[in-house]
Design a protein around this ligand. Structure first.
Ligand code: DOR
Length: 451
């Protein structure tokens, strides 16, 4: 934590109720004033005239591969990519090797992250068909992750009885990967051999997503259990979300907003992911849901695999793509194009995920909140290049794309962890504190009010 005072002056600041030119005073790592005088006394001053400050991004869905596959990412490299992308908090998924299905394994990740990390962190515990006792005892973490449908790794809870037990008997919020395993298997069997990568979206089709999301939402409503649908990919799921408040929230990933089945021809297995990309119509309706508020969160599902692995012939190519360091720039570019506002971006990428997971002190630029900040230059134009990626896997599906609007400086608890295209030495950030009792999304009658 930054000790002493820091004044950041002259920026346009994205506050909860609008954007204002103001000066932020930070004391001991927390926001002490949002309307400080321009010449307030401080130990350190950042002149941010002409720049914009957003609350640091909270990415509630990343896969960092440690332990088990650190040749493609580890907690150090993954969190370095976060810092470079304006992401100040990440929540990491349990499908490592071994899978994090006990609190002992989850605690190992917390201890490791405390040594090597650049930003704030939290880790989910993974559900299996038989670890409900372990899930019941879990505490101090954001929540439980269920794979209803297998993906990378060995986690799968397919039986409806096992799913029901988890929703009935646990108390932590649950999130799930929703692709129905039986539907996926039947689709694969029907397609036979000689598959090409475009078949990925026929195997993991709209029906697979719809069936699994429906199964999980039914249970969430039956047992009145907080439930977050990860990476919604189809228009077909959207009506389910609309009826499921206040118990259910949902998120969409940049790849489902920016890619569709039309991109297999150009990008092949680089856009192979689970859930699969769907039609351009789905993409456009996902955007509409985000803009209308029926999807509340954007997170990346950052899933690094090496290019060598991705270039294997389908179906031996793994699913997933890296995105954590480009998600904010992708959205800032959209703001520059007039498709959304800076306040909407702050809501989708910071405030909403912080409230879904009850993250204390995160998600807003307001007095008393942690000074986790993304300073961005809305005029900067830069092209995404594989060679410049911080993720260990060293590529991006957006390689060659020029965006306008980039994070230029990232602060965690008032300390600069990224500036001038460099990530700070040493370890930074700390474990998130989760207060599920104040989960704002569920505390109000319409489901998306302020806690
Ligand atoms: O495509 C994906 N890859 N989807 C997931 O849910 C998991 C991820 C991975 O870990 O590789």
């Amino acid at each position: 934590m930054q000790q002493g005072t820091l004044l950041i002056r002259g920026a346009q600041v994205v506050l909860p109720d609008g954007v204002a030119e103001t000066n932020l005073l930070i004391r001991d790592g927390k926001i002490a004033a949002v309307d400080a005088l321009r010449d307030s006394a401080a130990d350190e001053v950042i002149a941010a005239d002409g720049l914009v400050i957003l609350p640091g991004i909270v990415d509630d869905q990343v896969h960092f591969r440690e332990p088990g596959a650190t040749h493609k990412e580890d907690l150090g490299s993954g969190s370095t990519a976060c810092a470079a992308g304006g992401v100040t908090t990440y929540l990491e998924m349990p499908n490592t090797q071994p899978s994090a299905v006990t609190m002992e394994l989850v605690r190992w990740k917390y201890a490791r992250a405390a040594q090597v990390n650049k930003v704030n962190f939290g880790f989910y515990i993974g559900a299996t068909e038989s670890n409900v006792q372990e899930l019941r005892a879990a505490q101090g973490i954001p929540g439980i992750k269920i794979f209803i449908g297998s993906s990378t790794g060995d986690l799968l809870v397919d039986s409806q009885d096992a799913l029901a037990r988890i929703f009935e008997q646990t108390t932590l919020p649950i999130c799930a990967h929703c692709e129905d395993e039986s539907t996926v298997r039947a689709n694969r069997a029907a397609l036979g051999a000689n598959l090409s990568v475009a078949d990925h979206s026929r195997i993991r089709d709209v029906q697979a997503a719809l069936v699994a999301t429906s199964r999980a939402i039914d249970l969430a409503l039956r047992y009145r259990h907080r439930f977050h649908v990860l990476h919604v990919s189809t228009a077909a799921e959207l009506p389910l979300l609309a009826t499921a408040k206040p118990w259910v929230t949902a998120e969409v990933c940049p790849h489902h907003l920016f890619f569709s089945t039309d991109d297999y021809q150009r990008l092949g297995s680089l856009v192979q992911m689970n859930p699969s990309v769907k039609s351009a119509r789905d993409t456009s309706l996902l955007w509409q849901s985000l803009l209308s508020g029926s999807i509340q969160v954007i997170a990346t599902d950052h899933a690094p695999h090496t290019l060598e692995e991705k270039n294997r012939a389908y179906p031996n190519s793994p699913s997933g793509l890296p995105a954590v360091e480009n998600s904010l720039a992708l959205m800032l570019d959209q703001a520059n194009l007039g498709r959304c506002s800076l306040n909407q971006i702050a809501g989708w990428m910071s405030d909403a995920p912080a409230r879904v997971w009850g993250l204390v002190g995160k998600g807003r630029i307001a007095v008393g909140y942690d000074a986790d900040l993304a300073i961005v230059d809305m005029a900067q134009r830069r092209t995404i290049r594989n060679a410049e990626q911080f993720t260990r896997c060293g590529w991006s599906p957006w390689d060659g794309q020029t965006l306008q609007g980039w994070p230029v400086q990232t602060l965690v608890a008032g300390q600069t962890v990224f500036a001038h295209h460099r990530v700070a030495e040493g370890s930074h950030g700390s474990a998130v504190l989760c207060d599920h009792a104040r989960g704002g999304f569920w505390a109000t009658s319409d489901g998306i009010g302020v806690a």
